[in-house]
Design a protein around this ligand. Structure first.
Ligand code: NAP
Length: 292
């Protein structure tokens, strides 16, 4: 039987419609629209595409995007001052620092300057701590998007053996915490792990966020496993590819995310959701998309 496709485009479009209606209801009460500021430093071409996608997504739901594109040679002090200005801007509900920033910038220090109440990607230490404790707060967009996709597809997580390949602060670590909070039994693999094939084959759910094109093939996957591919890479010959060899793995899997059209669209939608939630809090509105 063919694997179930975990369709991120479809779910993202449904959630965007819900958010657009939620914003329209707020605007009809005379409330200003939600605002998202995306801080981009330098000219990394992939970042340019990601930022443009986020700005278009804001426009689709009726949110305002505040583009803030700064030169690669900006100093840490100037950049932090820019971030402080966005922190203080009352029309800005959410702020995202588009990573990576140039090597001359200390991104960890930069993220700590972010107002945690406007941290649209959940990467401030306070918000990462809230995730660790299971307290409410903005959650990292990519793993939150994966959780939403699994929930929509009614993939059981309780007691399930889950493997997360990758341990970055952006994806792997928060992913592992979220799965653990859903009562999965979680193993985390990384570049020093031994026997990645064996670890993967033992898992009923494999989330791959290694940043290595087509690292995971048929030999890694047990029949009936659920496979989530976070990786995204541009092929030299054109097109996108993930961390998973899709054609090999799909016939084995119970469910799988495609690349493109799986996790990517959900990341953008979760960024919108975090921003709209921050806006709703500012204006004492109910929580949009509660339960996600
Ligand atoms: P990252 O910071 O480079 O982290 C990669 C992680 O994978 C590290 O923990 C690394 O281990 C581990 N790793 C690398 N090679 C490995 C191997 N051969 N076996 C096992 N583990 C290995 O990357 P990231 O920011 O987490 O992103 C991961 C991927 O997701 C990238 O392709 C990125 O473009 C993509 N991404 C996609 C979205 C989306 O919206 N779809 C969003 C964010 C990221 P060590 O810790 O030992 O170095």
């Amino acid at each position: 039987m063919a694997a179930q496709r975990l369709d991120g485009r479809l779910l993202a479009a449904q959630l965007e419609s819900t958010l657009a209606a939620f914003i329209a209801a707020g605007l009809s009460k005379g409330i200003r629209p939600p605002g998202l500021a995306v801080l981009r430093v330098g000219n990394d071409p992939a970042s340019g595409v990601y930022v443009a996608n986020k700005e278009k997504a804001c426009a689709r739901i009726g949110a305002i995007s505040f583009g803030c594109h700064l030169p690669a040679d900006i100093s840490q002090t100037e950049l932090e001052a820019e971030l402080q200005r966005l922190n203080k801007n009352p029309a800005v509900d959410g702020i995202l620092v588009q990573l990576p920033v140039p090597a001359s910038i200390n991104d960890r220090a930069l993220l700590q300057v972010l107002d945690p109440a406007k941290d649209a990607d959940g990467l401030h230490s306070l918000n990462l701590g809230r995730l660790l404790r299971g307290e409410p707060g903005p959650r990292s967009c990519t793993p939150a998007g994966v959780m939403a996709l699994l929930k929509e597809a009614q993939i059981p997580l309780e007691g399930v053996r889950a493997l997360v390949v990758g341990r970055s602060i952006l994806v792997g670590q928060p992913m592992a915490l979220m799965l653990q909070q859903a009562n999965a039994t979680v193993t985390v693999a990384h570049s020093r792990s031994l026997d990645l094939e064996g670890l993967c084959r033992n898992a009923e759910l494999v989330v791959v966020a290694a940043g290595r094109p087509e690292l995971i093939g048929a030999a890694h996957i047990s029949p009936g496993a659920v496979v989530v591919d976070v990786g995204i890479h541009r092929r030299k010959q054109g097109g996108l590819v993930g961390d998973v060899k899709f054609e090999e793995v799909e016939p084995l899997a119970k469910a799988i995310t495609p690349v493109p059209g799986g996790v990517g669209p959900m990341t953008v939608t979760m960024l919108l959701l975090n921003t709209v939630r921050m806006w709703a809090q500012q204006h004492d509105l109910s929580e949009p998309c509660a339960g996600l």
